[in-house]
Every structure is written in structure tokens, then in C-alpha cells.
Design a protein around this ligand. Structure first.
Ligand code: GDP
Ligand code: IMO
Ligand code: MG
Length: 430
């Protein structure tokens, strides 16, 4: 049985939630493998809008197993609130339909405080994080001082872990002018929440191996986008986890041989939230129009997303680093009505043409995009459900994108609604 990894191939918000929801009809298990509630995945099913942050997008479909993998960082208070919100929309969430890996690191309140305090420091240029403590929690994981889900099960272990974390954090907080953490209050809050989290805890690696052996299909749901990857993104303007497809294995406890197809989610133009380089950014009327037609406001923070033309150089690069076999091209409908569309096909750096984004920050800053201009279309593609419904120039645009990124379109999305999706190649086909 084929297993599929879904990853964002730009700077996030490509429409992963919609595509994961659509694909999850064909899957048995939907597993998140990195990131936390910095993600904001929007699903629209028959007019009802679901906004998911920490929960996998598969929860909305009944009868599937949703998994929070060890590669994520989990704010337990946020999760319980999100479960209540989604239950309030009529979705059933039980320990049979949601499992949390026991070795998942927890985001605690001091992580969020540290994240926000650092962003407020005038002496360092800010990243523009979501302020949700993602970076500090991953730092603690690698620093071997994070509290993990399993630690909630034993009071003695929990105290030892909290003390280890606080030695580090109280020293940092003193330097930032923050009060030391109230140890007793934190322990009391953790003890209070422990049973409500532990009811979902499981040895996820084992469950996934058993599912796989039984021929079940697993859909791995990525968050963020490959250009926010801690290694391959526009560092330091990135998130603090590996976002690329290889992380699906380490972030759940399956081997890399479990991955049969990597689907890259690609928006028909480019957006980014927060600071950092963005070669094709448009600060003019075209950019404003993309933002308005595409409703480009963050699902998590409500911030306005920066908008620009499609950058084929970047997507070719991210398809390579994630081993993308096919893409889901989303939001094609947002391009309806433009007279002309531009696609970035290369960069010019110090008078030389290059075909990738260099790593050095000063080189990135000096890269200017080389554009190809394509004719636009005036007809509406919104809600199109077959190729036959697409205007000729829209098909030309899609074909040119495929050529430039060296990867075929497997799915095409033409509105936020679940069913407004064109299937070209089934990623689950063996
Ligand atoms: P994610 O983070 O990758 O899951 O994406 P977000 O949910 O943050 O942002 C994508 C937005 O675009 C959401 O509001 C979706 O409902 C919407 N969307 C997804 N696909 C399409 C599409 O094909 N056309 C339009 N117009 N909107 C879409
Ligand atoms: P989804 O899954 C877009 C961005 C933030 C900031 C940087 C670091 O919805 O695509 P962090 O809080 O992670 O330390 O912030 O990463 N960022 C996202 N941008 N979509 C996301 O998730 C993002 N998650 C983080 O804006 O620039
Ligand atoms: Mg999003």
C-alpha cells in the first residue's frame, strides 16, 4: 500500500490543509510529523470552515486515526482548547481517533514568553515568529532539557525534568529582565492537565508499524513550507524544525522506506508571512490584488501575508530537497483576470545568471529575479472540476510551471471547497 507525504513547497500556507483533507478519504492514518500550533490549516467542507493548528487535518473525516508525531512540539493547553473547538463543530475526537506520541516534547508557557521577549528585543532584527514558543521548545529538545508527554505520567520524573529545564530558563530570564518561573504553580498546572493529555498518549512508532504491516495507508501531513526549513530554508528567517519530506520518517518513527510518494503543495503565486528574503515580492497594485483575491491573511496570527509572482527557481529547489514526485497546484483561481502573469525563471547575481537561490545572505540580497511573461485569462476558473473547464491560457500557465519546476501536476485546486479539486494522478496509486 502506498504511503504519501504532503509538504509545503514554498513559505507555508500553500493549501496543505485542504489537500490533506481531500486525500484523507483514501487514507487510514493521518500523521503530523513536525511543527506545532504555529501552523494554521484551513478546511472548507460544504461551507463549514475548520481551522486546525495542532490537530492533523484528518480529524475532520470520521473513522480515521489522526496522529501527533514525536517530531512535533505540543502545547497541551492549546491542544485541549483546539479539541473543544473542533468538537464544538460536531467532530468526534476520542483516544481511538487521536494518538499523541509519548516522546513528543511539550511547549510550556515559558517557551512562549521567551519567544515573544526575544522578538521584542530592539538590538536584534526580529524573525517575525508566531510567538507560540516553537523555537524555544525545539531548542530545549536538542538541549536535552525538554519535558515530554510520557514525563506527565510520573510525578517524581516530572519534578526532575522541570528542575532541569528551570536551571536553564531562569538564568536566561534573568538576562531578559523576566521574573523566574513559579515552579510550584507550573507543576500544579502540569499535574492538572496530565490525565487529559495522557489519555491520548501511545507508542506511535509501534502503532504505525502495525498499521503498515496490516496494509493500512498512511498520509503524512507537513506544516510550514520547505523554504522555512531549519537547514534548507532562508535561515535565520525560518521555523525551528525540519520541514522537508525526510522528516516524515524521523518525526513519526517509521523508516524512510515507508514513504512511497511525496506530494509538494504549491500555490500558483508566492506568499510569505514574517520577515526574510522574498525575491519576487510585489509591493505594487499586482501584489495588493493577489492578497485581496487570495484572502492572504494568516490563519494563526491574522497577519497580512506578503505576496509576489510565482518563483519557479525556488519551487524546483524545494522539489529537489523533498524528493517531490508530483505537486498539488492550488489557488489557480486567484490568478483569474490578470492581463499578464510573470514567472521567475532564474536570478541575476552580480551580472551572472544563476538557477538556484544561493545560501549566503548577501548573495540572496543581491539576487534579482529574471521573469518570463505569460498571457493571463479573463474567464473564471473558480470551482473548476475538470481540465475541460479551464481556459487555454490557464492550461498553458500550468504546463509552463510543470516544465520549469521539472515536476508534474498531480492535483489542481480551484477554490477552498473540498470538492473543487481536479485529480490528475492519484498519489496513493501503487
Ligand atoms: P496551509 O497552511 O498550507 O494549510 O494553508 P492555509 O489554510 O493557511 O491557507 C490557504 C488558504 O487558501 C485557506 O484559506 C484555504 O481555504 C484557501 N485555499 C486552498 N486552496 C484554494 C484554492 O484552490 N483557491 C482558493 N481561492 N483558495 C484556496
Ligand atoms: P502553515 O503550516 C506560514 C513562519 C512565521 C515566521 C517563521 C518562524 O500554516 O503553512 P515560528 O513561530 O515557527 O518560530 O516562526 O515561520 N511560519 C509560518 N508561515 N505558514 C506557517 O504554517 C508558518 N509557521 C511558521 O511567520 O516567519
Ligand atoms: Mg497556514
Amino acid at each position: 500500500m502506498a504511503n504519501v507525504v504532503v509538504v509545503g513547497a514554498q513559505w507555508g500556507d500553500e493549501g496543505k490543509g485542504k489537500i490533506v483533507d481531500w486525500l484523507s478519504e483514501r487514507a487510514d492514518v493521518i500523521a503530523r510529523f513536525q511543527g506545532g500550533h504555529n501552523a494554521g490549516h484551513t478546511l472548507v467542507v460544504d461551507g463549514t470552515v475548520y481551522k486546525l493548528h495542532a490537530l492533523p487535518s484528518g480529524v475532520v473525516r470520521g473513522g480515521k486515526l489522526s496522529v501527533i508525531g514525536n517530531g512535533m512540539v505540543l502545547d497541551p493547553w492549546h491542544l485541549l482548547k483546539e479539541i473543544e473547538t473542533i468538537r464544538g463543530q460536531g467532530v468526534e475526537i476520542t483516544p481511538e481517533t487521536l494518538m499523541i506520541a509519548e516522546n513528543t516534547p511539550l511547549i510550556l508557557p515559558f517557551h512562549g514568553e521567551l519567544d515573544r521577549a526575544r522578538e521584542a528585543q530592539a538590538s536584534v532584527s526580529k524573525i517575525g515568529t508566531t510567538g507560540r514558543g516553537i523555537g524555544p521548545a525545539y531548542e530545549d529538545k536538542v538541549g536535552r532539557r525538554v519535558i515530554r508527554v510520557a514525563d506527565l505520567g510520573d510525578d517524581k520524573t516530572l519534578e526532575v525534568r522541570v528542575d532541569r529545564a528551570l536551571v536553564h530558563h531562569n538564568a536566561l530570564r534573568a538576562g531578559l529582565g523576566l521574573e523566574p518561573v513559579d515552579r510550584a504553580a507550573l507543576l500544579a498546572e502540569l499535574r492538572e492537565i496530565a490525565p487529559r493529555i495522557l489519555e491520548f498518549a501511545a507508542p506511535v512508532w509501534k502503532v504505525l508499524h502495525e498499521k503498515r504491516r496490516a496494509g493500512r495507508r498512511i498520509l503524512f501531513e507537513g506544516a510550514q513550507g520547505a523554504l522555512l526549513d531549519i537547514d534548507f530554508g532562508t535561515y535565520p528567517y525560518v521555523t525551528s524544525s525540519n520541514v522537508i519530506a525526510g522528516q516524515a520518517a524521523t518525526g513519526t518513527g517509521l523508516g524512510p522506506d515507508a514513504i512511497d510518494f511525496v506530494l509538494g503543495i504549491v500555490k500558483a503565486y508566492t506568499t510569505r508571512v514574517g520577515e526574510g528574503p522574498f525575491p519576487t515580492e510585489l509591493l505594487d497594485e499586482d501584489g495588493r490584488r493577489l492578497g485581496e483575491r487570495g484572502h492572504e491573511f494568516g490563519t494563526t496570527t491574522g497577519r497580512q501575508r506578503r505576496c509576489g509572482w510565482f518563483d519557479a527557481v525556488l519551487v524546483r529547489q524545494t522539489c529537489a530537497t523533498s524528493g517531490v514526485k508530483g505537486i498539488a497546484l492550488t489557488k489557480l483561481d486567484v490568478l483569474d483576470g490578470f492581463d499578464e502573469l510573470k514567472i521567475c525563471v532564474g536570478y541575476e547575481l552580480d551580472g551572472k545568471r544563476i538557477d538556484y537561490l544561493p545560501t549566503a545572505a548577501d548573495h540572496q540580497a543581491r539576487c534579482t529575479p529574471v521573469y518570463e511573461t505569460m498571457p493571463g485569462w479573463q474567464e473564471s476558473t473558480e470551482g473548476a472540476r475538470s481540465w475541460a473547464d479551464l481556459p487555454a491560457n490557464a492550461i498553458k500557465y500550468v504546463r509552463r510551471v510543470e516544465e520549469l519546476i521539472e515536476c508534474p501536476v498531480a492535483l489542481l485546486s480551484t477554490s477552498p471547497e473540498r470538492e473543487d479539486t481536479i485529480l490528475v494522478t492519484d498519489p496513493f496509486a501503487d
